[in-house]
Design a protein around this ligand. Sequence first.
Ligand SMILES: [Zn+2]
Ligand SMILES: [Zn+2]
Length: 212
Amino acid sequence: MSRDRQSFYLKRIVMGDLATNCYLLGCLKTNEAAVIDPAEESEILLDLIDEKGFQLNYIINTHGHGDHIGGNKQLKEKYSAKLLIHQLDEGMLINPQKNFSFYMEKPIQSPAPDDYLRDGMCLNLGLHRLYIIHTPGHSPGSVSIRLNHIIFTGDTLFKEGIGRTDLPGGSQPVLMHSIKEKLLGLDSSSEILPGHGPASTLKHELEYNPWL
Ligand SMILES: [Zn+2]
Ligand SMILES: [Zn+2]
């Protein structure tokens, strides 16, 4: 892992009213970069991208809830990045009622996606590969993203917790199936980086997560 870590950049920025983890990752060899879940417009994020000399290739939403997509528009306007989301959550991007931001202070409307995330697909990020894992349950189009031994789990799996399933489109049996069949079988030394809260490892979750 340390060898992998040396050749890519990874930074977590906590954003917005719901303290969403936004991640900036970049290949340090080619400067190609991606942002996962820009929760809101952020000068800090833009400054960081520019300061690193990154070329932003992808804006990736783990799902369509308002607290994960509020920065899409700003990033798309500034960079020629591709906006990607699973097709089943596409409707949430442009509809503040469907993404629940309608009920918060600032209704959020994102641009439409440029392409869809599909289970098993692989995105090239310079010398690195991002593997998309469809993990529905928190929302129908929720995905997790694996980069080497790091898994970005969105609102599917948290440190010692799981995503809520009481919102429209959520399903606890579907969520549990996703976690058990799609995530827990991965290398247990894998680090998990959730959409909210601290990082963990699969090994830690297998032992201490009360839901599993
Ligand atoms: Zn969510
Ligand atoms: Zn969230």
